[in-house]
Design a protein around this ligand. Structure first.
Ligand code: KG4
Ligand code: ZN
Length: 336
């Protein structure tokens, strides 16, 4: 079965063709990072306009790269939420239009559950319950996946997502948006022991995360206590690699510690990790153990392949029924 996956929840216009939920035939991603870099974060209205320009060319590219024609597509899977509502609408309307024009079913999926599927795709024989973790620019959460389609929330961030913390610290260090990968590079030249940072604790919620205080510690260390982000940096730039390394270590130790402890506590038989931050090599080193699955290369950040893989699984689970045209996108869609 050939599934076209469409992802437009944030600042990537992405389309992919996946066979039987596993074989990646194409993965066309157009990132809008350059556009949003000017604003230091995603500018929702601009994101929607860019999706409008790119959606048809990206669908064409996905079909072309996969060397399949539109008649061969059996199902269209699209991100229903969560995300920017205008951006989601664009993808949803494209999926509905294709469904009508090609006379094929379409299905709406949850973006966060799709990130979990990006890791599940690389696992030959999944074992449940699994601990599923999403570490991205917009989300940080851990769920217990009892089986496909059945999840229990364990913990999530109460403020910034981990990728967002990387991006905000990157801006403080004069790096461009999104700065996660640049922080990692800078950190390789630094000594994490020269500065001491710590992620926040959430009262009475041991599995939740808080990264906003960590980012503020970095800000005060760079600019002086109680200064705001527009103040001039007081530390000289030769300290930046050490700051980056100490921040990265604090953020990653926080998530790694909780991942390992949660896997044990909830009896996880495997760990699935998805989201852009899983590109970080130090994270992979820290979580390195048996039965840990990462996204296939190119599927860490937002992409259409994970949307296609999840859509395929849901479609089969529902006895090959797609969604109705009444389905609306939802900015705050939950899956647990
Ligand atoms: O999964 P994604 O596209 O975001 C959302 O769906 O929200 O991931 C993007 C995030 C950004 O915050 C980016 O800075 C971060 O992933 N990121 C990294 C690295 N590469 C990307 N963070 C830490 N280390 C990296 N190497
Ligand atoms: Zn995402």
């Amino acid at each position: 079965m050939l599934v076209l996956g469409i992802e437009t929840s944030c600042d990537e216009t992405a389309c992919a063709v996946v066979r039987d939920g596993r074989d990646l035939l194409s993965n066309a991603v157009s990132s809008q990072a350059d556009l949003h870099a000017l604003y230091g974060g995603v500018y929702p209205e601009l994101a929607c306009r860019r999706h409008l320009d790119l959606i048809i060319p990206m669908i064409d590219q996905a079909l072309l790269e996969a060397e399949v024609s539109s008649e061969e597509i059996d199902l269209i899977s699209v991100t229903q939420g969560p995300g920017l509502i205008g951006a989601l609408l664009l993808g949803m309307h494209a999926a509905k239009a294709l469904s009508l024009a090609w006379n094929r079913p379409f299905i709406g999926v949850n973006h966060l559950e799709a990130h979990i599927y990006s890791a599940l795709m690389s696992c030959e024989s999944p074992k449940f319950p699994a601990l599923a973790v999403v570490l991205s620019g917009g989300h940080t959460l851990m769920v217990s996946m009892e089986r496909p389609g059945s999840y229990k929330m364990i913990g999530q961030t109460v403020d910034d997502a981990i990728g967002e913390a990387f991006d905000k610290v990157a801006v403080l260090l004069g790096l461009s948006y999104p700065g996660g990968a640049q922080i990692e590079l800078l950190a390789q030249k630094g000594d994490p022991r020269l500065y001491s940072f710590k992620a926040g604790l959430v009262k009475n919620r041991p599995w939740d995360f808080s990264f906003s205080g960590l980012k503020t510690h970095v800000l005060y260390r760079l600019k002086g206590q109680n200064h705001n982000k527009s103040a001039v940096n007081q530390l000289s730039s030769d300290q930046y690699p050490h700051i980056a390394a100490a921040f990265q270590e604090a953020a990653l130790q926080e998530v790694t510690g909780k991942i390992i402890a949660a896997a044990e506590q909830f009896g996880a038989k495997m760990i699935l990790l998805g989201g852009g931050v899983t590109q970080n090599r130090r994270l992979r080193q820290l979580v390195s153990r048996e039965n840990v699955y990462w996204p296939l290369p190119g599927l860490e950040c937002d992409n259409g392949a994970m949307v296609a893989a999840l859509g395929y699984a849901l479609f089969l689970d529902r006895g090959c029924r797609g969604d109705s045209f009444d389905l609306e996108p939802s900015a705050k869609l939950n899956f647990f």
